[in-house]
Design a binder for this molecule. Structure first.
Ligand code: ADP
Ligand code: MG
Length: 267
């Protein structure tokens, strides 16, 4: 819902007229892309970026994380340009924890950067560790195989939540996990979303994962890329695994499959 016409609410994330090129403009990856993610503080927003490999999904997340600037265009968080004080944190597919530090120190790291005293940062970190189901593992080193792949991604999620639970960027975070762990992590993420009312931008090329997690799905076409479709997933907010067999769920999956085939033919 928008407010009245005189005071439209500021989107939480807005990308305006983005162009990304390399090699002095010879390679154009993104062209005239616009993306608006509404601010829904009472509910949060689970937005999926879906598209073929190489279409620029990770690039969009890097803009919002302040890790890359577009060749031209504007990237705003809460109406202000992205910068060191106004950026979102990211969970990558690769395990991104520091293996020489414990789970507790890894999760507490963003608070250490902010200069928060040890007792306080440990107590806040322990809350997140419990939230992601890692209680009892806090003194282990955050490394494989001491922790499993799924556990390492739990560490990364806990750290991102502690850094800023308003916006979470996730770049194919479950891509390397086995199917059982992946399903568990998907359910965990929906629980986190319902608890924190975060705005989550989640990149995947897995259509079933997109429909299971997403509230809205933005579909990108291949370079020179832009967002070509927005699908609203009208399923109940609380997702459970059995919904994947629901005819309504399957209908959305098939609709997206057809769209993706057509989009891959687009120039
Ligand atoms: N330094 C670079 N020079 C040329 N092309 C690049 C460079 N960096 C990224 N690209 C291209 O940008 C496109 C988008 O990359 P990326 O955002 O990683 O895609 P995705 O995450 O959707 O797979 C890719 O086609 C990639 O080849
Ligand atoms: Mg990528």
């Amino acid at each position: 819902m928008t407010n009245n016409a005189n005071s439209p609410s500021t989107p939480i994330i807005e990308l305006k007229n983005i162009n990304q090129s390399y090699d002095d403009g010879k390679i154009q990856v993104i062209k005239g892309l616009n993306m608006t993610i509404e601010d829904k503080p009472a509910q949060g927003q689970f937005t999926i970026l879906l598209g073929m490999s190489g279409c620029g999904k990770s690039t969009l997340l890097r803009y919002i994380a302040g890790l890359q600037n577009p060749t031209s265009g504007t990237v705003l968080i809460n109406g202000k340009p992205v910068g060191p004080e106004n950026r979102a944190s990211m969970v990558f597919q690769e395990y991104s924890s520091l293996p020489w530090m414990t789970v507790l120190d890894n999760v507490a790291l963003p608070l250490q950067f902010k200069g928060i005293p040890k007792t306080q940062r440990y107590s806040q970190a322990m809350e997140m560790i419990e939230m992601v189901g890692l209680k009892g593992h806090e003194m282990k080193y955050a490394q494989y195989p001491t922790l499993s792949g799924g556990q390492l991604q739990r560490v990364a999620i806990a750290r991102s939540l502690l850094a800023n639970s308003d916006i979470l960027l996730m770049d194919e975070p479950f891509g390397a996990l086995d199917i059982k762990t992946r399903l568990q992590m998907q359910e965990l993420l929906t629980e986190i979303w319902l608890k924190f009312h975060s705005t989550i931008i989640f990149v995947t090329h897995d259509i079933s994962e997109a429909v299971f997690l997403g509230d809205e799905i933005l579909i990108m076409k291949s370079p020179p890329s832009s967002i070509v479709e927005k699908i609203d997933v009208n399923l109940p907010l609380k997702r459970t695994r059995d919904m994947k067999r629901d005819p309504k769920f399957l209908e959305i999956v098939h609709k997206i499959e057809d769209l993706m085939v057509n989009i891959s033919d687009m120039k």
